[in-house]
Design a protein around this ligand. Structure first.
Ligand SMILES: Nc1ncnc2c1ncn2[C@@H]1O[C@H](COP(=O)(O)OP(=O)(O)OP(=O)(O)O)[C@@H](O)[C@H]1O
Ligand SMILES: [Mg+2]
Length: 325
């Protein structure tokens, strides 16, 4: 697709300079790609991603907050050397913010200049100001543009936050990867972008959209995988602290809370504890830092004190039997 000077777009600094790489040809290679991007995935996720890439279908990732949905798209763009085009969804998102809009002020200036010079007919001016030069491209339009022969990664983040009319519009774009601008014509992707859609399931996404995608539920990790994530993301954390943190968070996720901690919170909590020079958990350190882990006062009030001490006791005794010393 032809392109004009681009407005700033979200892209990873590495992907902008790295050479585009072909998509992986096996599940193992896909797993390797994620590992290379410091994303700890299990085989089922790698399989879903592999199939979505090979069959050129959007990957629809649903899951609780902070379980690593958005990160998958970022890692994909980085490791495949592709541009990351991100469409952050919100209530009221419209075509002007998601697809394109005309640069009215520049069009006005052009009209004034043409009037002053008096050298253009009304028709030629009319077609001029509705050319690509005056088009402000937004993420969905950018996603149709290849970069050095490779299609970008289009991240449609938190789709559940948009309203249904926009979802219906998206359905059309994702079916044909083309966008019609009445004044300009139809713009079509040379090659469809790699699409990752995420949702926190605050509302159900329409079946018609889901049907076009590969669906994958991103769950909370088990203890072994969460420990692995900590090793990769917070390498400075000691083994004992990491095991206790993971043990505690895993237990916390079994308690009935308004909002359970995600992986993001596990990482943040570990980093906070390191800042406090904690090499292991103790009840006071847990109480003092609960706000990193839990984000609702009711949840904090429920856990702080005896419940936290009790959970910590269980974690320590379990770890003592599993990994003595
Ligand atoms: N499997 C994983 N391997 C490595 N890091 C991970 C993994 N899962 C999550 N993370 C880390 O956890 C943090 C949160 O991930 P991310 O932002 O992708 O979550 P999310 O599911 O998109 O959350 P939200 O719904 O709140 O947007 C990131 O810093 C990410 O690096
Ligand atoms: Mg996210």
């Amino acid at each position: 697709m032809a392109s004009t000077a681009s407005p700033p777009r979200e892209s990873d600094p590495h992907s902008a300079s790295a050479k585009p790489r072909p998509i992986p040809d096996t599940v193992d290679a896909t797993l390797g790609l994620l590992t290379h991007g410091r994303y700890v995935a299990d085989r089922s996720l790698a399989t879903a991603l592999f199939l979505a890439l090979r069959l050129k279908r959007p990957l629809f990732l649903e899951g609780e907050a902070g379980v690593g949905k958005t990160e998958i798209a970022k890692v994909l763009a980085e490791t495949l050397g592709r541009r990351l085009v991100r469409l952050q969804c919100y209530e009221g998102l419209d075509v002007a913010s998601a697809v394109y809009e005309w640069n009215y002020s520049r069009q006005m200036v052009e009209i004034r200049l043409a009037e002053a010079a008096g050298d253009r007919s009304r028709e030629s001016l009319g077609s001029d100001i509705y050319s690509e030069r005056f088009l402000v491209k937004r993420p969905l339009l950018h996603a149709l543009e290849s970069d050095r022969g490779a299609s970008p990664v289009l991240l449609i983040d938190e789709l559940d936050r948009t309203d249904e009319p926009f979802e219906a519009y998206l359905l059309e774009v994702l079916s044909d990867f083309q966008i019609t601008i009445p004044e300009l014509g139809t713009l079509k992707a040379d090659e469809p972008p790699i699409v990752v859609i995420t949702s926190n399931r605050t509302r159900e996404i329409h079946d018609a959209l889901k049907r076009r995608c590969f669906y994958y539920w991103v769950d909370y990790p088990n203890a072994a995988r969460e420990l692995e994530i900590l090793k990769v993301k917070v390498p400075s954390a000691g083994a004992e602290l990491s095991r206790q943190v993971v043990g505690f968070v895993q237990k916390l996720r079994k308690v009935e809370l308004f909002k359970l901690p995600g992986i993001a919170e596990t990482i943040d909590w570990t980093e906070a504890l390191i800042q406090l020079d904690q090499v292991a958990l103790d009840p006071r350190a847990v109480d003092d830092t609960l706000g990193v882990l839990l984000k609702y006062q009711d949840d904090i009030a429920k856990i702080r004190g005896s419940e936290a001490a009790n959970l910590l006791e269980q974690v320590k005794s379990e770890l003592a039997t599993v990994a003595p010393g």
